[in-house]
Write a protein that binds this ligand. Structure first.
Ligand SMILES: C[S@@+](CC[C@H](N)C(=O)[O-])C[C@H]1O[C@@H](n2cnc3c(N)ncnc32)[C@H](O)[C@@H]1O
Length: 207
């Protein structure tokens, strides 16, 4: 059902957060003085590829996964235009074991995906992500805390992601969300207006 709605939304040009600008938390992890050394990165729910492409252009070997065919096709086109090498796979992030993506990922990124995953599939998501992560891997997540009965919170991440330490949780300001949302003004206002309370989380895989 979510996949069907996603296909329709992307086809209608309503792929939310479809700007080209990468997430600022990701930029900090990749470019700050304390940055991670480039390695293998996994972009969960990569959409049209803005974060995967950014990583590919910064010497990361990146795999992006999204369940919406239209989004993956757009990400491939965008990567080609940007000249970025990115492995893009159509698939369900709650079934990573079926996708043959390997393991040893030192950076995992989920911007706007986990908060849409049905509650009944979230343990499978956490187990899959934990299985493919390298020891001391960093998992960056951004999600709405209120999303029509779904959403995600720090408390949920602490409880659901065993083998990980939640090292930070901070709200994402509306002015920043506005930069990421391309589309008509009403959509910007709804997504960036703070109604859904976006938060950014950092988790570290404990060895
Ligand atoms: C709000 S968009 C964000 C896209 C991208 N991460 C970005 O920041 O531009 C969320 C994406 O997650 C994908 N998604 C949601 N549930 C998924 C699942 N179970 N497996 C794979 N992709 C999923 C959707 O298709 C959508 O492209």
């Amino acid at each position: 059902m979510i996949r069907f709605v996603g296909e329709m939304a992307y086809r209608a040009g309503l792929g939310a957060q479809a700007s080209d600008e990468p997430d600022s938390g990701l930029v900090e992890a990749v470019e700050s003085p304390l940055r991670l050394a480039p390695g293998h990165a996994l972009d969960l729910g990569c959409g049209t590829g803005r974060n995967s492409i950014y990583l590919g252009r910064h010497s990361w070997e990146v795999t992006g996964v999204d369940m919406v065919r239209h989004a993956v096709a757009a990400a491939r086109r965008n990567a080609a235009v940007a000249g970025a090498t990115v492995r893009l796979i159509e698939g369900d992030v709650t079934r990573l074991e079926e996708l043959g993506i390997g393991d040893g990922y030192t950076l995992l990124v989920d911007v706007g995906c986990f908060h849409m995953v049905p509650v009944g599939r979230r343990d499978a998501y956490a187990a899959g992500v934990t299985r493919v992560a390298a020891p001391r891997a960093l998992l960056l997540m951004v999600g709405f805390s209120k999303l029509l009965g779904m959403g995600m919170t720090a408390e949920e991440l602490r409880n659901r992601f065993s083998g990980w330490e939640l090292v930070s949780a901070a709200p994402v300001p509306s002015w920043e969300m506005r930069r990421y949302v391309r589309g008509p003004a009403p959509m910007k206002s709804v997504l960036a207006g703070g109604w859904f309370e976006p938060w950014r989380y950092k988790l570290l895989r404990t060895p």
